[in-house]
Design a protein around this ligand. Sequence first.
Ligand code: NDP
Length: 247
Amino acid sequence: MELKGKSAIVTGGSIGIGATIAIELAKAGANIAINYRKHDTEAKEVAKKIENIGKKCLVIKADVTSYKDAEAMFKKTLKEFGRIDFLICNAGINKDRVIWKMSEADWDNVINVNLKGYFIYNKLASEHFKERRSGKIINITSINGLRGKFGQTNYSASKGGIIALTKALAKEVGKFNVNVNAVAPGMVMTEMAKKIPPEFLQKAVDETVLGRIATTEDIANVVVFLCSEKSRHITGEVIKVDGGQYI
Ligand code: NDP
């Protein structure tokens, strides 16, 4: 799929799904700006891989909950690349506990990063895309935002919120030729998944009908499609990429 001459912002691009999305978008021809909070070495490695592909990569250490940092990232990306075509909102965290053991901080942290962070980046991208009369926003949610998950009231609420945000925003910006979609992975083998106890991981495999856990490429491939012109008539959609984990 041809994304030559385009550029993308990928939040949470240092490791996991975001890192692979950044690399696969670069392989398709786009220049990439990633942000992250902690994994300095890994973020630099992602940039190196993208530069080896022959594309530019801006690496920005920025917390997605900071409006100021987000404004600075959009400004810097525009200055470096001259344009922003795609926003992929991916940065997310989980703090899993049953609700009677969940602290207020567990709730606030997850909602702030996973939902407020998405609001900030979706808002800034929408302002820019509305002016240019084009753009694509892809929000990474989770099947747990559709079905709810034991031990994840905070995470499920944040991911369900992202789905509602995606649908409402698609209605607001459609007339400006801007597509807004969500991708809902099932279990994907990343650092986040490695923190899950082995018995829960096996349960996730057993839940799928394909009998396997996704690779990060499985998710990135769908994101590349949603950035391409081949998906031009899809908006307000939630695409599950879960091997049939939640049917
Ligand atoms: P990882 O923990 O592997 O990576 C998360 C990324 O988000 C990292 O780059 C991290 O950067 C960044 N990040 C976290 N908090 C912030 C913050 N406050 N500001 C900026 N960046 C931040 O997660 P995954 O790759 O597994 O998950 C990516 C997305 O996919 C998330 O939204 C997650 O909810 C979703 N998802 C994941 C599934 C899975 O099974 N793995 C299943 C369904 C959905 P750093 O650590 O460097 O700070």
